[in-house]
Design a protein around this ligand. Sequence first.
Ligand SMILES: *Cc1c(COP(=O)(O)O)cnc(C)c1O
Length: 386
Amino acid sequence: MIPYGRQSVSQQDIDAVVEVLRSDWLTQGAVVPRFETAVADYCGAAHAVAVNSATSALHIACLALGVGPGDLVWTSPISFVASSNCARYCGADVDFVDVDGETANLSPAALERKLAAAKRNGRLPKVVIPVHLTGQSCDMEAIHALSRRYGFRIVEDASHAIGGSYRGEPVGNCHYSDIAVFSFHPVKVITSGEGGMATTNDAELAGLMALLRSHGITREPELLTREPDGPWYYEQLELGYNYRLTDIHAALGLSQMARLEAFVRRRNEIAARYDEALGGLPLRPLGRQQDAYSAYHLYVVRLDLARLSRSHRDVIVALRDRGIGVNVHYMPIYRQPDYARFGVNAQDFPEAERYYGETISLPLYVDLTEDLQDEVVAAMREVLAP
Ligand SMILES: *Cc1c(COP(=O)(O)O)cnc(C)c1O
């Protein structure tokens, strides 16, 4: 099966990991801060806090912004469940904003409508989490302008988008947000095995997240609230977690950072080749966000079902039968059984519903050869033949 995504690990990556294994520190030693600096510098953010997953990063980002019981967090329904679970971990309630009909990113127009209604009902969100679906930035300027008007904070779920840019600036520079979060899961653009990172320009938020990732404990003299009892002394200042990234994982992530630009360039090449090769078939690629350079975590097409004799499901099954590991990213989160408790009405999300009913993610990863890509295209031509 040709998978929809997979990691690319070089000998250099392996050597970097082995070097850590031979060193004195396995967890959060010298390599984690180097990885943080590499990502912060790349993105042009003042601070970066590495954690063991993007899920953990989203959780401590919400906590750092003060999300708690009684608060409301909004995100995109077309995302991985972690985008909204983070709010629930904090005891907050979750609601969704419909996506744009072209890009399937959180729609600023839908957000504006929902905010106006929420203001009338006195139920405005504390935090909105736009998701840069497939690696393509949301319309952050519009979302940021709304945050000023309605007083919410912004966490970018940039799990798909490291290496992408918006208006010529790297995603993750937090120009239009409080915090941005990256994932280094193996299917994502770069990997650390498991891992995540939060970037921010706010020193206080960075400090809070650094505390929360490690039990809320500090030994920093300037943070201690009392006179130390002795050299062993540390203080727990917040109820934190063990969300630390290990140096082993950070070494892989840091090594992969060196190839990030080449990875994203290659991903864009593969995407452009699909655009060209799939021309004429009853489908169209996901719409492009203006002013955004996508990191192309995923290559998504929308089927033109009116021109097809097969159903969406049949197309996917037929492709899988031919060894093409196509997928759907994602079922709207509110459709998950565990979300039934929020009583979300699918009819309020016509674009998310339409997206779910007609999209397919095709294989896209840096080591996908032209021959393999041609196999994917040939299978598509066969399955979508009239
Ligand atoms: C992968 C992903 C996450 C979670 O990332 P982990 O590092 O696996 O925790 C969160 N949000 C989105 C949009 C993702 O794709």
